[in-house]
Design a protein around this ligand. Structure first.
Ligand code: PEP
Length: 254
């Protein structure tokens, strides 16, 4: 972990938990991370849980995010949520282009770019997900995939916009499978992404951008992942649902 990039430990609750579950989670979680000043803590619950989550974290060093947003401000887009709506609800972050969104809901690099621009326009901090499928890795195409996702999803931002983006490298074969990328595999992928950032936005932007790792992060493997210079935090699915396991991840340095 590079000392000049504050780590971000982010939880993605996917489609789990009600508002009551959310309140119960934070009652347990907050005391466990009360002394964690070494990192930023973000939880991205389902949309309907955001008000309960925002209320629960008032006064704590924890911020709330959405798991997606639509790029229009408002309109006839049944089932969608806009940037101004998320911001008004108290969300500060938003996950964009998660592999489940790409796989099940038809997201593309083009829509990732639109959503990222919309998030930035409305003052939200985007966590943009990239990552290869198993067959792509096995075919030796990891670098090609990551470069294409960067080119299509992020290279269209201005330098000023890009400075407010966090990237999450999430190899699809490691998400929810219990199969974690080794710290070395994750580092290599992060280097590929950082090199693309350097080419497009310059060395300073590359040194500053935070790249999180996601894919079966658990209390048992977080320390070795976070020991990597290239890994600036984690995006955690399953293990963020329980207060004690996510707190152990947040407190990886102990
Ligand atoms: C995720 O949902 O972004 C994720 C990485 O899930 P898990 O930690 O369960 O693999």
């Amino acid at each position: 972990m590079a000392t000049n990039r504050t780590p971000i430990m982010a939880g993605n609750w996917k489609m789990f938990k009600t508002p009551a579950d959310t309140t119960a989670f934070f009652d347990e979680f907050k005391p466990l991370v009360a002394s964690a000043t070494h990192c930023e803590i973000v939880i991205c619950p389902p949309f309907i849980d955001i008000p309960a989550a925002v209320q629960a974290v008032e006064g704590a060093r924890i911020e709330i995010g959405g798991q997606n947003l639509y790029w229009e401000k408002e309109g006839a887009f049944t089932g969608e949520i806009s940037g101004p709506m998320l911001a008004a609800a108290g969300a500060r972050w938003v996950i964009i282009g998660h592999s489940e969104r790409r796989q099940y809901f038809g997201e593309t690099d083009e829509t990732v770019l639109k959503r990222t621009k919309a998030a930035l326009e409305h003052g939200l901090k985007p966590i943009v997900c990239v990552g290869e499928h198993l067959d792509e890795r096995e075919a030796g195409k990891t670098e090609q995939v990551l470069v294409a996702q960067f080119q299509g999803g992020l290279a269209g931002l201005t330098a000023e916009e890009f400075a407010r983006v966090t990237i999450a490298y999430e190899p699809v074969w490691a998400i929810g499978t219990g199969r974690t990328a080794t710290p070395e595999i994750a580092s290599e992928a992060h280097k590929v992404i950082r090199a693309e950032v350097a080419k497009k936005f310059g060395g300073e932007a590359a040194a500053a951008v935070r790249i999180l790792y996601g894919g079966s992060v658990k209390p048992a493997n977080v320390k070795e992942l976070m020991a990597q210079e290239e890994i600036d935090g984690t995006l955690v699915g399953g293990a963020s649902l329980k207060a004690d396991s996510f707190a152990a991840i947040v407190n990886f340095h102990r």
